[in-house]
Design a protein around this ligand. Sequence first.
Ligand code: CO
Length: 155
Amino acid sequence: MSPHVLERIRQLGRVHHVALVVADLERSLGFWRDMLGLPVELVLPIETDRVTIAFLPVGESKVELVMPTDDTTGVARFLAAKGEGFHHVCFEVANLSETLMRLEMDGIELIDSVPRKGAEGPVAFLHPRSCHGVLVELIEAAGGPSWRSLGYPKA
Ligand code: CO
């Protein structure tokens, strides 16, 4: 493996979260919270995305449950077509703009070419076509450069 490649691998931090699409958030908490015992950190309706999400911390990562609140969104179509289950994995990076630029230069198809404001920090998605069928999300670690440019309150 070339040092060039190693350098890039070092840009990825922890798995920030694994997102799962659910049909009914409360029913799914009957498994994730009540059977597996994960604490519920946050339940948050995101009106603009027409979803309600829940974050359940586990180790240095989280499980994110995503429930569509109407049937017009991509997540809703995903649920209708494939049923409940794995939706995307999110990795933490130190500098999201820089990572996106580098990936684009290497021919990776980006869904978001610049960081956008996510519930937990600046995020961007990579297209599953470029990721062997997996929807990959990247989130910038707290305090990174995009936090300020996107107007997050100072931690
Ligand atoms: Co996510």
